[in-house]
Ligand binder design. Structure first.
Ligand code: DC
Length: 239
């Protein structure tokens, strides 16, 4: 009996550990993992690199007209096994995680035409394969019929501390207070924006991982996935 591949949507606040969790699930199931936030970050990097900011203000009209010229692909790095983001033929995985991109990405991701363009791309990338996609609107907009929807959350302090430690490891300079401010501000913008705000899908399962290890989170989701696959089998047998 072969199961129909699942679509697993992971949404939630920034720095909740969505990527670590989504990657681990995709690895376990041999599914593809798509980080939709990386796509919004790549478009933001494109805007920064192409002089679309004048006196700190984004020329949204110009960015919209240039959307057809932006090519975003994900490639597996054969050395590390990690999936990396390429923008117009260049590996930008590191650049899209910079504080400069982080500070501009909310503005870019609230432009309706940018969202429409990227949502289409996200649906195409998933194709008919099994996919674990993470973001803010995956369970609500991109795949409203996803088989499993998870909404991740953790306290702003826990998230800021995780992000701060990551930055220290990468030798990026910032203070904990600055990171906490950025986390709170992005939560506000993500949940208050007019187009596709961050909100929990009605049928999403909430995962508050403030006090959970990755292993505990994996044990939790494995139970849910096994149940879903068993339901699918039962349904097929009954048909
Ligand atoms: O997950 P992240 O922090 O890398 O996402 C970067 C930004 O992109 C974040 O501020 C919100 C936005 N985003 C979005 O609007 N919709 C998504 N599906 C994913 C990310």
């Amino acid at each position: 009996m072969t199961n129909k591949p699942l679509i697993i949507a992971i949404d939630g606040y920034s720095s909740c550990g969505k990527s670590t969790f989504a990657k681990a699930i995709a690895h376990w199931l041999h599914y593809i993992h798509i980080d939709s936030g990386a796509m919004y970050r790549a478009v933001t990097l494109f805007a920064l690199q192409n002089g679309l900011y004048k006196n700190g203000k984004l020329d949204a009209g110009k960015l919209i007209s240039l959307l057809p010229e932006i090519t975003i692909v994900f490639k597996k790095n054969p050395r590390t096994g990690n999936t990396e983001t390429w923008l117009n033929g260049k590996n930008v995985e590191k650049e899209i995680r910079s504080i400069e991109v982080s500070n501009h990405v909310s503005e870019v991701s609230k432009i309706p035409q940018v969202r429409e363009h990227l949502v289409n791309l996200q649906r195409r990338l998933a194709g008919r394969k099994g996919v674990v996609m993470e973001g803010r609107d995956i369970g609500t907009v991109v795949f409203p019929h996803a088989d499993i929807k998870i909404f991740m959350t953790a306290s702003p302090q826990v998230r800021a501390m995780r992000r701060y430690k990551e930055m220290l490891e990468k030798k990026e300079h910032s203070t904990y207070e600055e990171v906490l401010k950025n986390v709170i501000e992005r939560d506000r913008i993500d949940s208050e924006r007019e187009v596709s705000p961050l909100r929990q899908a009605k049928d999403a399962l909430v995962l508050n991982n403030s006090k959970m290890t990755v292993e505990e989170q994996m044990n939790w989701i494995k139970g849910i996935i096994r149940k879903k696959l068993a339901e699918q089998n039962d349904k097929e047998n009954a048909d």
